[in-house]
Write a protein that binds this ligand. Structure first.
Ligand SMILES: C[S@@+](CC[C@H](N)C(=O)[O-])C[C@H]1O[C@@H](n2cnc3c(N)ncnc32)[C@H](O)[C@@H]1O
Length: 332
């Protein structure tokens, strides 16, 4: 049976999971993105990006840094730049959902090659490379379950240079507010422009859409938004050993008492299991869903069957975790 974390309505709209899988560690092949190898993996990606002199094709860009780049849940079409855009400001791409074609958003998915001084002087640049498959799947999932967000305050953490999932919620759902965030200044500079362009194009259903730099490890950043959100979400943010505990803490503190965190991430060795362990230790209820959507599951099976060379579920298939506060006994 497919377990559906958003299956039924209720006070906590994401809470009534029917048959979540426990997050018992399924041993995976060693993964170059986990443990102490995480930094090496990031540098490998960045080295490849730095080597690219000029990327003049969006498709080339996304496949050149990874073997498997996308579940193809969105069509991508280049749209004209704005007069105010400089030549190195990247290209504007319309992302349109293949399953829900009435929904699209404009994103600027590259501001040109990442410069060496940016790599050295700025914080983690993995969100400035591309929209990663977990973000793509999270975006699809949010579109499909858009009714669940109605009236909610939503925050995306670690959304990278597009925060595509949060952006699409602002397009498709009648939400109270959407805050798009990342710890990287350059990513948020891009997101600021993305919000402005979508606002000007009349794409948003939600009027209260904003962005800001939020570092999970910054007490000031987290304290400023404590208990504010019904939904906090992130994609592919669990592989950084040094920030995993801070991310758990930020998710826990940003959520309202009856809120839900949606976390999409590949298992990447033991990193997802380790995140679950930390979250439970922090007093959160963690549910893991491997088969959370029949379309995504079918794609996954197809990829495994046909795309062995390119597709490695350990680093490409996003598992869904929901995190909620455990209600105190007197409220039960
Ligand atoms: C692999 S990228 C994922 C980006 C985007 N969610 C996606 O899947 O396309 C990880 C993101 O986490 C952000 N990040 C890493 N550590 C962080 C921290 N301590 N605080 C805030 N953001 C952080 C990085 O800036 C980066 O954008």
């Amino acid at each position: 049976m497919e377990s559906n974390p958003t299956g039924s309505p209720g006070m906590n709209k994401f809470k009534d999971a029917r048959s979540p899988e426990t997050h018992v560690n399924k041993r995976q092949a060693p993964d170059s993105h986990c443990g102490t190898d995480a930094a090496r993996a990031r540098w490998t990606i960045l080295r490849q990006v730095l080597r690219q002199k000029q990327l003049d094709n969006v498709n080339v860009q996304s496949v050149s840094v990874r073997r498997f780049s996308s579940f193809n849940l969105f069509s991508r079409a280049e749209v004209p730049s704005l007069e105010s855009d400089g030549p190195s400001d990247g290209r504007w791409i319309e992302y349109r959902s293949a399953c829900f074609p009435q929904y699209s958003a404009l994103i600027r998915d590259s501001q040109g090659p990442i410069k060496m001084e940016e790599v050295l002087n700025s914080f983690d640049n993995t969100g400035n490379v591309c929209v990663w498959p977990s973000e793509e799947v999270m975006t699809y999932y949010c579109l499909k379950n858009r009714h669940m967000f109605m009236g909610s305050s939503v925050c995306e953490l670690g959304g990278g240079m597009t925060c595509l999932a949060g952006l699409m919620i602002a397009v498709c759902a009648d939400v109270k507010e959407v805050l798009l965030s990342d710890g990287n200044e350059k990513a948020i500079e891009n997101v600021r422009g993305v919000i402005e362009r979508n606002r000007q194009a009349g794409m948003f259903t939600c009027t209260n859409v904003s962005s800001r730099v939020v570092r999970w490890d910054s007490e000031r950043d987290v304290a400023a938004m404590e208990g504010r959100f019904d939904v906090v979400m992130c994609a592919d943010c669990l592989f950084l050993d040094q920030y995993r505990a801070c991310l758990v803490d930020a998710l826990r503190r940003l959520l309202r008492p009856d809120g839900t965190a949606l976390v999409f991430a590949p298992t990447r060795g033991d990193t997802l299991t380790e995140f679950c362990r930390l979250a439970e230790r922090a007093g959160l209820l963690v549910c893991r869903y491997d088969n959370y959507d029949s379309i995504i599951w079918d794609l996954h099976i197809k990829m495994k069957r046909e795309g062995k060379e390119a597709y490695d579920e350990n680093i490409h298939y996003p598992v869904l975790l929901t995190l909620t506060h455990i209600p105190s006994p007197h409220l039960l």
